[in-house]
Design a protein around this ligand. Structure first.
Ligand code: AOF
Ligand code: ZN
Length: 377
């Protein structure tokens, strides 16, 4: 089979777009509330002369770094960028102005930027300046890469991933209140990798009381810690739990119902900079999680990894608040008597109410199976 000329152009665009994605990934979890973006400039002969990725909100956009590196060689050249170039003044000036000034003659991008200040206007501005623009290159992959930003910019809600580790018989511990190691060391490293890319990690009060976790990233090089959020309706966690003694005090959030000022003093004594978030209850002992996510979105938290026990997992699934479910399955069986099931949900008797998911990925990690799922709409 011979390739048409168009196919060759498409595959070159896809090749460089893939590289843009790889560049962008360097900053996963570091750019909020901005997206991750990678860019490459080719000179007019088709030779790569500049590369860049957006590193942090407030700093240069990907295209700016790549074009600066290319310098004069950008003239008549091609820009590949994983997101539609911006055309607005934010913390930084519009990328479109620099692209036009650089003399670049063609631009390929993957996703349109749904930011209302951009939203196809970037493309329009470039076209009006007689730059050839090609959009939607590897669009699905680009969307997956920026799933956190794309959800938040459209809804102002963070992307919520529920993560659990369980046995073959869906157990999370041998008995209530007992910490039981389930998965292999390799899976623990994978969880740290995940923490390294999410803006925040959230746990319930039982997890703090039973496991006393730090929720930091310790098993990955060049890592940074996510914000740590504890959900504790009745303030049952110990104020001296490890999580409240975190080195960076202001990264810790305690979410609870209102009207507990006296009890909260103890936590503030342990951690004077702790962020207290008060949320209404939807029923006795259950906070309105949707309202919580709205508040977290307002704080520029674009992604939350919920390392949930059975109650929190049940509440999230029941209220359809999760975007993704990551399950680490260890090939072990705990048996029935006292062991605890991974998800507490009320009995479902009606077939129409069964919670259904689509498996989008699976990976063998050590001796565990990591499965990523998305709720079926
Ligand atoms: C791009 N390239 O690398 C990024 C873009 O406050 P600013 O100036 O940093 O603008 C932030 C907005 O710009 C952000 O919400 C998103 O719409 C876009 N991000 N655009 O062309 C980039 N990071
Ligand atoms: Zn820009």
């Amino acid at each position: 089979m011979s390739l048409e000329l168009d196919d060759i152009y498409i595959s070159q665009a896809e090749y460089y777009m893939q590289e843009c994605f790889e560049l962008a990934k360097n900053a996963l979890g570091r750019t909020s509330p901005n997206p991750i973006v990678g860019a490459i400039v080719l000179d007019k002969e088709g030779v790569p002369v500049g590369r860049g990725f957006h590193q942090k909100s407030g700093e240069d956009h990907a295209e700016v770094i790549a074009i600066k590196e290319a310098g004069e060689k950008a003239k008549g050249g091609t820009l590949f960028v994983s997101l539609e170039p911006c055309c607005h003044f934010g913390k930084t000036p519009p990328c479109t102005d620099l692209i036009i000034k650089s003399g670049i003659s063609q631009v390929y991008f993957s996703n349109y930027d749904p930011n209302p200040l951009v939203n196809a206007s970037g493309e329009q501005k470039l076209s009006e300046s007689n730059i050839k623009v090609f959009s939607r290159v590897l669009e699905d992959d680009g969307e997956e890469l920026n799933k956190f930003f794309l959800k938040w910019i459209k809804t102002k809600l963070p992307w919520v991933t529920l993560k659990q580790a369980q046995t073959l018989d869906a157990k999370v511990s041998l008995s209530k209140g007992k910490e039981t190691s389930i998965t292999s060391e390799e899976s623990k490293v994978e969880v740290h990798r995940l923490r390294n890319t999410y803006d925040a990690v959230l746990v319930g009060s039982n997890t703090v009381n039973v496991d006393d976790p730090e929720l930091t990233v310790r098993l990955v090089e060049n890592s940074r810690n996510p914000k740590r959020i504890v959900l504790d309706v009745n303030l049952e966690t110990s104020p001296s739990a490890k999580i409240y003694k975190s080195k960076k005090y202001d990264e810790v959030f305690l979410v609870t119902k209102s009207g507990q000022a006296e009890k909260l003093k103890e936590y503030k004594t342990q951690n004077p900079l702790i962020n207290i978030v008060e949320v209404d209850q939807i029923s006795e002992g259950k906070l309105d999680l949707k309202k919580l996510f709205i508040k977290l979105g307002e704080q520029n938290i674009l992604s939350v990894l919920v390392e949930a026990g059975p109650n929190l997992a049940g509440e999230l699934i029941e209220s359809s608040l999760i975007d993704e479910y990551i399950l680490f399955m260890a090939p072990k069986i705990f048996g029935n008597e006292k062991s605890v099931l991974s998800v507490h949900l009320p009995q479902i008797d009606n077939g129409n109410s069964i919670k259904e998911f689509r498996i989008i990925n699976h990976k063998l990690i050590g001796n565990d199976l990591m499965v990523s799922l998305r709720p079926k709409p």
